[in-house]
Each structure stands twice: as structure tokens, then as C-alpha cells.
Design a protein around this ligand. Structure first.
Ligand SMILES: Nc1nc2c([nH]c(=O)n2[C@@H]2O[C@H](COP(=O)(O)OP(=O)(O)OP(=O)(O)O)[C@@H](O)[C@H]2O)c(=O)[nH]1
Length: 131
């Protein structure tokens, strides 16, 4: 099974947004960029806007494609498409997909508790910020 998943990389004041997956979900307890599966007929942008509204109650603007990572979990292959997204400062309210969230400098992200599919996206982001 191959899942096409979109993830939003939001940057504010040099910090990036990461959230801890709810313990009841797959990869529960790991940290990730918010997002989710692309539904049939959706573009990546529409899927991201929908997922961030559903999970965080915010409207975002997708600004730029970042990178794609392919990772094989025991039960599925995830094709994770990362996009830079602009957060407009709206109040973030977790609706049940996540336990907690943090804004962290990219170097502060704990690579051992990040969902493995997200590591290449984090590296692509660090490269982009350093270039
Ligand atoms: N949203 C999101 N999902 C990710 C990331 N990295 C990663 O491996 N995934 C995986 O991509 C899959 C789809 O994400 P999802 O957020 O729509 O999953 P879900 O909770 O609705 O369903 P699930 O718990 O049945 O998997 C999950 O298996 C999730 O673990 C990420 O950065 N963001």
C-alpha cells in the first residue's frame, strides 16, 4: 500500500512547527509536520489546507514545494510531500490528532522522536535555510 501524504512546514520567527501524533494513531507519540492523506481528486494544496483546518483549526497559505520523502513502514509505504506553508497567526487549537505542539529551531528538533519519513524533509529545510 502506498499512501500519498502531504505535510506542512510552517516557519515563524526562525522556528518550525512540529506536533506529536496522538497515541491512538499510527506512529503515535512520534513528532511530525501536520498534514495527512491526499483524498481522491484533491491537489496537494487543497489537501493541506483541509488537513490544517481539521487538525489545528487554522487557515494556511501553501507557498512553496520543499521535498518528497519515501519511507517504508512495516504496514505501508508513505510518500510524504513537504510544502512550506504560511501561518497567518490564527489561534492554533488541537482537535484530537495531536497530543501537543512546539515551535522549535530546526536544529532543536529531536531526530530520534521524529517520524522517520520526516527526517529528509527536516534536512531539506535546514539546507534551504543555510543556502
Ligand atoms: N500527517 C503526517 N503524516 C505523516 C507524517 N510522517 C509520516 O510518516 N506520516 C504518516 O502518514 C500517514 C498518513 O497520515 P494521517 O495523519 O492522514 O493518518 P491518520 O491518522 O489519518 O490515519 P492512520 O492513523 O490510520 O494512519 C500516517 O501513517 C502517518 O504516520 C507527517 O509528517 N505528517
Amino acid at each position: 500500500m502506498i499512501l500519498n501524504v502531504v505535510a506542512a512546514v510552517m516557519i515563524a520567527d526562525g522556528k518550525i512547527f512540529v506536533a506529536q501524533r496522538h497515541r491512538s494513531h499510527s506512529q503515535g507519540g512520534l513528532w511530525e509536520f501536520p498534514g495527512g492523506k491526499v483524498e481522491p481528486g484533491e491537489t496537494a494544496e487543497i489537501a493541506l489546507e483541509r488537513e490544517l483546518q481539521e487538525e489545528l483549526s487554522i487557515n494556511v497559505t501553501v507557498t512553496e514545494y520543499l521535498a518528497t520523502s519515501v519511507h517504508q513502514y512495516p504496514d505501508k509505504t508513505v510518500k510524504l510531500h513537504g510544502y512550506l506553508c504560511q501561518w497567518h497567526g490564527d489561534q492554533i487549537e488541537l482537535t484530537g490528532s495531536h497530543e501537543q505542539y512546539r515551535w522549535l529551531a530546526p536544529q532543536q528538533v529531536d531526530r530520534t522522536t521524529l517520524a522517520p519519513a520526516d527526517l529528509p524533509l527536516l534536512d531539506a529545510l535546514i539546507n534551504m535555510l543555510n543556502s
